[in-house]
Unconditional design. Structure first.
Length: 468
């Protein structure tokens, strides 16, 4: 009777910190120790494990499904039911389960073991992005046990193949089961984030770069290594990559990065603050651009970047190579297409012995890149921004909430293209110098992870709490 009188108020006692912390730990550990790489792993196993967690917490079977195009590329979709009769469309959370490859010999720990040491959790996916997967599942369970009733449904989609592979889960769900994940807007914790070092910011992704891979290939007849000739396939590719190493794409601004730099200029001091103001001038100060470009993170949001990521060539140690190739990975500034960048690479390499072909997400090689361009920024919603600012102020007082352009790319490209405005928001703090996503000994601070659990719990409740 008391609960009935409470209406939409939370009637159950809040779950204890100890229970939440244990759930958050155990779910995170379980996910890290399930191999979800494209080569040998399975997102289906991880999806089924998370589905079982939710079912055990009382979610109806009809609201928790695992589905995908094949046995290894499963996606989990769970619906947290909101107020009965609500006319509000759901909010969707997208978070990928797959991780990039990791070799044991490259790591000081086993990348697929959840290792706790020196105040950190180690393991492949601790930053990208099984921390966010675990946080979402933990918070769904916590809210369910408390009896929280949001003002709209909240949908959680844990998906496959954001990093690699041919079965991107968000794309597949939109094309085959749109009804399961259709929403008014989406949250994507794969972007945005908290930077606790100087300057201290809480960034939310307002736009992102466009991803593009390109094959740089040289072939020739080869021959005996005792009779070397200048026309060597490896040299052609090597010279192209040397030219790429020395090349920088022009400095650019858009509405998001202009606001970002303007706000950063108010936070920074000295020469750096002066440089940030100078690059906003018309024309931008070239010396200021050059100085700021020495910062890896700053450089990444100032221009298109392309870098060699894979290299192979030759077939025998005593033979001239008949083939050499490299993969060049580009993160393309909004407004430019993959084909435009492919043509720029052809012009830069200036070698008729080379072919530069676009490599699609499925690995298909074509002589022409896509004409698709990066997503336009979504309109900023008052409910999202007000909830973010109010909750962030509790956790990180004095930090500046800033719009950012994601230097990488994420599954938001699929939801945005489907007409679902998407916002990159994460509550896990990672210092700039400790960004190890995709790298050796990936890790996250233990206290930062648990703070992220609490942040997203409060953020989701603030965002979906019914008005009195």
């Amino acid at each position: 009777m008391v609960c009935a009188l409470c209406a939409q108020a939370v009637c159950a006692a809040p779950e204890s910190d100890a229970v939440t912390r244990k759930n958050a730990h155990d779910i995170f550990k379980q996910l890290i120790e399930i191999n979800t790489t494209d080569s040998v792993g399975s997102t289906t196993v991880a999806a089924q494990a998370m589905a079982q967690r939710l079912l055990d917490a009382g979610f109806p079977k009809a609201d928790v499904v695992v589905l995908g195009p094949n046995d290894r590329k499963g996606n989990m979709v769970a619906r947290y039911r909101g107020k009965a009769g609500s006319i509000l469309k759901p909010v969707l959370i997208i978070a990928h389960l797959d991780v990039v490859e990791a070799k044991r010999e490259d790591w000081s720990t086993d990348p697929f073991q959840f290792v706790e040491k020196d105040g950190y959790f180690y393991g492949r996916g601790t930053q990208d992005m099984k921390d966010s997967d675990a946080i979402a599942v933990t918070d769904f369970i916590r809210m369910k046990k408390e009896g929280f009733v949001p003002n709209r449904d909240i949908i959680l989609a844990l998906t496959a193949d954001e990093e690699n592979g041919k079965s991107n889960g968000v794309d597949w769900l939109l094309k085959n089961h749109r009804e399961l994940i259709d929403a008014e807007f989406a949250l994507n914790p794969d972007s945005g984030g908290v930077r606790p070092d100087k300057p201290q910011i809480v960034g939310f992704e307002a736009t992102e770069k466009l991803y593009g891979d390109f094959q740089v290939l040289a072939t020739n007849p080869g021959g005996h290594s005792s009779l070397p000739i200048p026309d060597n396939a490896i040299y052609h590719v090597a010279n192209a990559l040397a030219a790429l190493q020395k090349w920088t794409f022009p400095f650019e601004l858009n509405a998001v990065t202009r606001e970002y730099f303007a706000q950063m200029a108010k936070i920074e001091t000295g020469q750096r603050a002066a440089d940030l103001r100078a690059i906003l001038a018309t024309p931008p100060d070239e010396k200021a651009v050059e100085r700021l470009s020495q910062d890896t993170h700053m450089n990444a949001v100032m221009r298109t970047t392309c870098v060699a990521t894979m290299l192979s060539g030759g077939h025998a140690p005593n033979a001239l190579p008949g083939r050499a190739e490299a993969n060049v990975n580009c993160r393309i500034f909004p407004g430019h297409s993959q084909e435009e960048i492919r043509l720029q690479l052809v012009k830069l390499f200036n070698d008729p012995q080379l072919t530069v072909r676009y490599r699609s997400d499925t690995g298909e090689l074509t002589d022409h890149g896509s004409d698709r361009k990066a997503m336009a920024p979504p309109p900023l919603r008052d409910d999202v921004m007000n909830s973010l600012r109010s909750v962030a102020a509790k956790f990180w007082p004095g930090f500046t909430v800033l719009p950012i352009m994601e230097a990488g790319a994420s599954d938001s490209i699929h939801t945005m293209n489907a007409g679902i405005p998407s916002y990159g928001i994460s509550g896990v703090a990672i210092e700039r110098a400790d960004d190890r996503a995709h790298g050796r000994d990936e890790r996250v601070k233990i206290d930062a992870y648990y703070t992220g659990v609490e942040f997203y719990y409060q953020f989701l409740k603030a965002l979906t709490t019914p008005a009195p």
